[in-house]
Structures are given as C-alpha cells and as structure tokens.
Design a protein around this ligand. Structure first.
Ligand code: GDP
Length: 199
C-alpha cells in the first residue's frame, strides 16, 4: 500500500503557499465530524496522519500530505465544514480559495467526499461534488460509519446515493460503503485513489 508512506508536507492558506502545480493530487472533503480524518488514517494505514489537519488554525487551510518517494503526488485534506466559530470574513476567504483551487489546479485528479452513511449529500457535499464534476473531474463518495448500520440498511443507503448521483452526474461519481472502525471498504477506496494518483 503506497499510501502508507503518506506524511504531512505543508498547510496552505492561500494560493501562493500551494506546492508547484503539475503533479497528481486527490482532495478529501467532508463536513466536520463526518469521519474524514478517520477515513484518511484508515486508507493510509496510519493512526495520526490526519490529526494535523485538526490543530487550531489549520481548519481553514489545505493540508498536503506527500507520498515518498514521489515528490509530486499528494493527498489534500480540505478544511472541514461546520466549524460555527469561524469569523465571516475568514469564511469568505476560504470559499474564494477553495473555489479558485478547484477551478485552476491542474494537479487535481479526483475528489473524495466523505459522508456519514446516515446523513449523506448535505448542501456542502453537493457543493464539493459540483465543483469537481463541473471541472470534468471524477469524484468518489465514501459513505462511512457503515458499522452503525446493518448490512441491509448499508445497501439501501448506497443504492439511494448511487441513484441520485447517476441522475445528476451520470458516471462521474462513484459510491462506496466504508467504515474507519471495522475497515470495511478500505481496499476499495485505496484502489480508486491509487488509480487517480497513478501509484
Ligand atoms: P472528521 O471531523 O470528519 O475528521 O471526523 P473524525 O474522523 O474525527 O470522526 C468524528 C467522530 O466520528 C469521531 O468520534 C470518530 O471516532 C467517529 N467515527 C469516525 N469514523 C467512524 C466509523 O467508521 N465508525 C464509527 N462508529 N465511528 C466513526
């Protein structure tokens, strides 16, 4: 699993701080508490990788992890959403930054949206999916915390999200069930991400 080598590189809070554009990167989005950090850690087979994204002050930054020995392949942890205490002008800055990042970043090869399987496709999730697909990028929806549901309910939730994604975006968005707790779906996620990064 090449993603096991992922390590923190830098955090960018404006376009000038981004690493040189031109390689391969996959962005991770998710509402706060959806389970994004846990999913990232599970996918990279690490315990604390994504902890760095949660330190105060980082919640408005794009956090880059590189994947040695590659110097141009990154996982990018996008700021979670739903931190109510962020001041309004910072929210506007973040919105503009993320918007520009999605519109212009050549290295961006795909978007992973992590959602709680019990509460999928909230407004933020749809906005992120829209950003990616309107750029012609593929997106992958990870329905996490599947361990909180029985098998039948997991399947139903996945089919409902798949159906809606198909109707809205045709085949641009793939969907899977996941659990950071039981590690269900970890291999499937690695395959999608590894494929986009050409690992
Ligand atoms: P983030 O804010 O999206 O990064 O969410 P975290 O990864 O920090 O998870 C938020 C909460 O959900 C924490 O209490 C986690 O322990 C819990 N959690 C995350 N993933 C899972 C999962 O797959 N199953 C269960 N049962 N709980 C999870």
């Amino acid at each position: 699993n090449p993603l096991a080598r992922a390590k923190y590189l830098l955090a960018a809070h404006n376009a000038k701080q981004l690493p040189a554009d031109g390689g391969f990167e996959v962005a991770f989005a998710g509402r706060s508490n959806a389970g994004k950090s846990t999913a990232l850690n599970a996918i990279c087979h690490q315990n604390a990788l994504a902890r760095v994204s949660k330190t105060p002050g980082r919640t408005q930054q794009l956090v880059f992890f590189d994947i040695p020995p590659h110097t141009d392949k990154y996982l990018v942890d996008l700021p979670g959403y739903g931190y109510a205490k962020v001041p309004k002008d910072l929210q506007a800055h973040w919105q503009a930054f993320i918007d520009q990042y999605f519109r212009t970043r050549e290295a961006l090869k795909g978007l992973v949206v992590v959602m709680d399987i019990r509460h999928p496709l909230k407004e933020y999730d749809r906005q992120m999916l829209g950003y990616a697909v309107s750029r012609g990028l593929p997106a992958h929806a990870i329905l996490t915390k599947a361990d909180k549901l029985g098998r039948g309910a997991q399947g139903n939730a996945m089919l409902a999200v798949r159906k809606e994604m198909q109707a809205e975006y045709r085949d641009a968005v793939s969907v899977q069930v996941f659990s950071g707790e039981s590690k269900q779906g970890v291999e499937e996620a690695r395959k999608v991400i590894g494929g986009w990064l050409e690992l």
